[in-house]
Design a protein around this ligand. Structure first.
Ligand code: GTP
Ligand code: MG
Length: 410
């Protein structure tokens, strides 16, 4: 399953965002370092479901369809706040950085209101420096990657005797989801392609690490606490500094309040939508009324959305370039063999083919793979076809009639 990690300094709202995205109840407080161990949960990314274009009533099993929007589960990990020198192991830094290693993409939360001081305590809005905060966390991650390379220098050199530097570095960094292709891209961008690895000292290793980081961990910066003063000014500075990447404005606290109110039946709110509807006005307490008015005035009227669902979608579809692909057993009815219409959808990288889809569904389906059919046209897909967003695909196997019983979720 696609894994996203929520990272950042302490007290910036990582756990609030995690709770909003998962509707779990991990501890949130205004004390620094509240989260002591990573929290794991399930969030959703969404896009328009193909049921709409095909005019079908669907029966989702591994995902959810709300008002024609398909919500697909992803794993989300809330990482405790990283401190200076985390890469040296400070504040359990090594352990937390290893958890970041598992992630496919990062949600880097920053307190855009600048109300967290250098010691991680809540202070006056405008007193902190969000741009510096982003740079500090990036530096910790770059040093961490550089350290892995340095630590494995002997192994890498031995490996280069029988394979390429791309493969050798890819092997040393495989635990943080690095492939030889990633290494190649980083070597090119860092202009290290023709510099022998034996001659790399600290500077070159760090240059390689900082170039590799955004390649292996596509990152969305979340400018959080947009409901507070000073946030707007800092948002501009963040967008300017991070002009090569993406910055999303959001209010995790507002989103959490809306999702909880929706869950308890007080309002109707679909994450990512621009409005919500109060269902039982008379049941709202005075505090809840005040909270709703605050969210409307400080967040929804100004930014149209609380930002979290868009952030998850942007990371998944724009930065990680994932495609939603629907496997079906009965292509004529867009259904599985039990008549469930468009039961499943899988998130696949943009270079995935039909065999990759088969592997996601079940290893046996991949082993017995024969060919794939595009359900929308009824035509056989060419062998070298890379799957597109919103494709509906039937996999034909050599042993026809046998359907895998177990679904693979992870
Ligand atoms: N005004 C405002 N406050 C927020 C928002 N999001 C989080 N907070 C507050 O910021 C404080 C810290 O939130 P947490 O979610 O615990 O922050 P964290 O980054 O997980 O902190 P650690 O676990 O200590 O690293 C809490 O008092 C939250 O209520 C927001 O969007 N707006
Ligand atoms: Mg926390």
């Amino acid at each position: 399953m696609l894994t996203l990690a929520v990272i950042g300094k302490t007290n910036v709202g990582k756990t609030t965002l995690f709770n909003a995205a998962t509707l779990l109840n991990a501890e949130v407080s205004n004390y620094p370092f509240t989260t002591k161990q990573p929290n794991e949960g399930r969030a959703y990314v969404c896009d328009v479901c193909v049921c709409h274009e095909l005019g079908l009533d669907d029966n989702p099993l591994n995902s959810v369809c709300i008002d024609g929007w398909r919500y697909v589960p992803v794993k989300i990990i809330d990482i405790p706040g990283l401190v200076k020198d985390a890469w040296r192991g400070k504040g359990l830094g090594n352990q937390f950085l290893s958890a970041i290693g598992q992630a496919d993409g990062l949600i880097h939360v920053v307190d855009a209101s600048g109300s967290v001081n250098e010691d991680g305590e809540i202070s006056q809005p405008g007193s902190g420096n969000p741009v510096q905060d982003v740079m500090d966390i990036e530096f910790e991650m770059e040093k961490w990657i550089a350290e892995i390379v340095k630590h494995n220098k002997t192994l890498i050199l031995r490996e280069t005797e029988k394979s390429t530097i791309q493969e050798a570095l890819g092997l040393a960094l495989t635990g943080i989801k690095t492939s030889p292709e990633h290494v190649q891209r980083a070597l090119e961008s860092a202009k290290l392609e023709n510099v022998p690895f034996e001659s790399w000292r600290n500077n070159r290793t760090l240059r390689f690490a900082s170039t590799l980081l955004p390649i292996i961990k596509p990152t969305l910066i979340i400018a959080n606490k947009m409901d507070l003063p000073a946030a707007e000014e800092n948002l501009e500075k963040l967008t300017e500094y991070y002009s090569h990447g993406l910055v999303a404005a959001c209010s995790a606290e507002a989103e959490l309040a809306l999702r909880r109110a929706e869950k308890s039946g007080l309002i109707r709110y679909t994450p990512g939508q621009e409005t919500f509807k109060i269902l039982e006005e008379e049941k709202l307490t005075t505090d809840q009324r005040r909270a709703i008015a605050y969210i409307e005035q400080r967040v929804l009227y100004r930014y149209m959305r609380t930002g979290i669902q868009q952030a998850l979608n942007t990371l998944c579809f724009k930065l990680l370039k994932m495609n939603m692909v629907y496997p079906v057993g009965d292509e004529k009815h867009y259904a599985d063999n039990h008549g469930n219409v468009l039961p499943d959808v899988h998130l696949l990288p943009s270079n995935a083919n039909a065999i990759d889809l088969a592997k996601e569904v079940h290893t046996r389906l991949a082993e017995d793979y024969m060919l794939a059919i595009d359900a929308k046209t009824g035509l056989r897909l060419p062998k070298d076809y890379t799957l597109r967003h919103r494709d509906v695909v039937k996999i034909m196997t050599q042993k026809r009639g046998k359907t895998p019983k177990k679904r693979i979720q992870d």
